[in-house]
Design a binder for this molecule. Structure first.
Ligand code: NAD
Length: 510
């Protein structure tokens, strides 16, 4: 039975848990002398210390993955499927352990953390169908006596670099398809909430994944840069902020690697005058403030068209006092703290600045934050935002919802299309024709129609447009399988036994 990764301690005793690397199927204590703090955001107390890898430690992890690759790629599809069913069962059985680690280090409320694990599990379940997903094509008699067929083969050692906001699910988007396709993996999770990746490593080992197939190294830019330049790393998946995504894409591709780098977002939700206002207000509140707005698919900007603005803002404002902000482990908390003190202060600074730029702060979350040392901020609503204002232009990544008022649908779509980001967007309307037009012309990778957070199910792929994605391939789903494999086409001819000159008789000496 898997031992659950050491629970973060901290608190009055001041005892800190140490979070180490996972290389070659075992925990490896870091020796670089560098480390980072891990906090419980709900209390503001440091609970752990995470080792930061040296270049030599990263090289060891890549070497372990490289050694494990030849055997893992030859494991039959039926055995790999069997292993994935076991992974699915173990992750499912430990979903609450994983979720508790997320709440303890990220701060999101436990129900939301359980939801995160569930969405990751769906990707693992998709990978249980790997024999079907890796099927190639076959053309018999492409030319006389010649057949042509296609196969897909793994790349080798691949790396994943992940953000703080989904410490279990986003790694699952990467390692699950990568391993199912026969690759070996080195994960560099966020240094802010690193423990879920170690529990994942333990579960994979218990499921029968051979040592070295899945490795975790913790760290910062040193680790990322070494993975990007390491000659044995063939591909890199990245999810994080846009400046780092761009850097990872440019550096990795210059080194000849295949790279998919998903970046930040500014997701607009358009509400038309014919929309169901109560439905739109519920959607805006849950999509803007869920997980304290620290979701790349959070709705951060409502675009109110025509005379819908006043009743919509009133409906959102009426709901805000009901959002219970508190420690994610408290059963009635609906929104937890932000991930760090610095991030909370940065988010709060947008409230300060919005007023001076011409925005109207309707609800100021600084006034309703719970007392104490936790990294809390209440929910905020800012009206009258426009392009050119910082609170409109920046990805705030916190519980702050902006509203922009426009006169027409065309103006609303132009705002979305002119925005540098293009991750998700949504429209709320009762008019199917307009919704269809929106789906046709909007410049974003994921579109919701009366659905505020249109994260694709596991058998479609996830990815934005413009500055929300660098590289051609979206993540997980069918595009994930393509990303983690290379195509090969085989043209074959065999002698026809009827006409061949091969002598099938008993070999004679003359
Ligand atoms: P981040 O870019 O700061 O960090 C992401 C990863 O990059 C981490 O592992 C981090 O250690 C590493 N990193 C940080 N600075 C680096 C540097 N200078 N050089 C090399 N590596 C570096 O992102 P974050 O704050 O952890 O996550 C929040 C961001 O992620 C938001 O912008 C959010 O929109 C985005 N995000 C996007 C998606 C998506 O699917 N598009 C999903 C989740 C999060």
């Amino acid at each position: 039975m898997t031992e659950v990764a050491e629970a973060p301690k901290g608190g009055a005793e001041g005892e800190l848990s140490r979070i180490s690397h996972w290389i070659g199927g075992r925990s490896v204590v870091g020796e670089s002398g560098r480390s980072g703090p891990v906090y419980n955001p709900a209390t503001g107390v440091q609970t752990g210390v995470v080792d930061f890898a040296s270049i030599e430690e990263i090289d060891r992890a890549v070497a372990a993955a490289k050694d494990a690759f030849p055997a893992w790629r030859t494991v039959s599809l039926s055995r790999r499927t069997e292993t994935f069913f076991r992974i699915r069962e173990l992750v499912h059985a430990h979903r609450e352990d994983l979720a508790r680690l997320l709440t303890a280090q990220h701060g999101k409320v436990l129900s939301d953390a359980m939801g995160e694990v569930q969405r990751g599990l769906e990707v693992i379940e998709f990978c249980c169908g790997i024999p079907e997903l890796l099927k190639g094509g076959f053309s018999e008699q492409a030319s006389t006596g010649i057949d042509v067929y296609s196969i897909r083969q793994p790349l080798g050692v691949v790396a994943g670099i992940t953000p703080f906001n989904f410490p279990a699910m986003v790694p699952m988007w990467m390692w699950a398809p990568a391993l199912a396709c026969g690759n070996t993996f080195v994960l560099k999770p966020s240094e802010k909430d690193p423990s879920a990746s170690i529990l994942t490593a333990q579960l994979l080992k218990e499921a029968g994944v051979p040592d070295g197939v899945f490795n975790v190294i913790h760290g910062d830019k040193v680790a990322v840069d070494r993975l990007l330049e390491h000659p044995d790393v063939t591909a890199v998946s990245f999810v994080g902020s846009t400046p780092i995504a761009r850097y990872v894409y440019e550096t990795g591709t210059q080194q000849g690697k295949r790279v998919q780098a998903l970046g930040g977002a500014k997701n607009h939700m358009i509400v038309l005058p014919d929309a169901d206002i109560e439905m739109a207000a519920d959607a805006a509140v849950s999509a803007a403030y869920g997980s304290a707005g620290e979701r790349c698919m959070a709705v951060s900007q409502v675009v109110a068209v025509g005379d819908v603005a006043d009743p919509l803002i009133a409906a959102i404002k009426a709901r805000i006092p009901k959002v219970k902000v508190g420690d994610g482990l408290e059963p009635d908390s609906e929104m937890g703290p932000l991930v760090t003190r610095e991030h909370r202060d940065k988010v709060a600074s947008y409230l300060e600045g919005a007023g001076s730029e011409g925005g109207t702060v309707v609800v100021d979350g600084r006034e309703s934050a719970p007392e104490g040392d936790g990294f809390f901020l209440g929910v905020s609503l800012i009206d009258d935002l426009k392009p050119g204002m910082k609170a409109y232009d920046d990805e705030i990544f916190g519980p702050v919802l902006g509203v922009t008022r426009v006169a027409t649908y065309d103006e609303a779509v132009r705002l979305v299309n002119e925005n540098p980001y293009g991750n998700g967007t949504a429209i709320f309307t009762r008019d199917g024709g307009v919704a269809r037009q929106f789906q046709f012309e909007v410049q974003a990778g994921m579109v919701g129609i009366n659905v505020p957070i249109p994260v694709p199910v596991a058998y479609y792929s996830f990815g934005g447009w413009k500055a929300s994605l660098f590289g051609d391939t979206h993540i997980y789903g069918p595009e994930g399988i393509n990303f983690y494999t290379r195509g090969k086409v085989v043209t074959q001819r065999w002698p026809d036994p009827a006409t061949s000159k091969v002598d099938l008789g008993f070999p004679q000496t003359r």
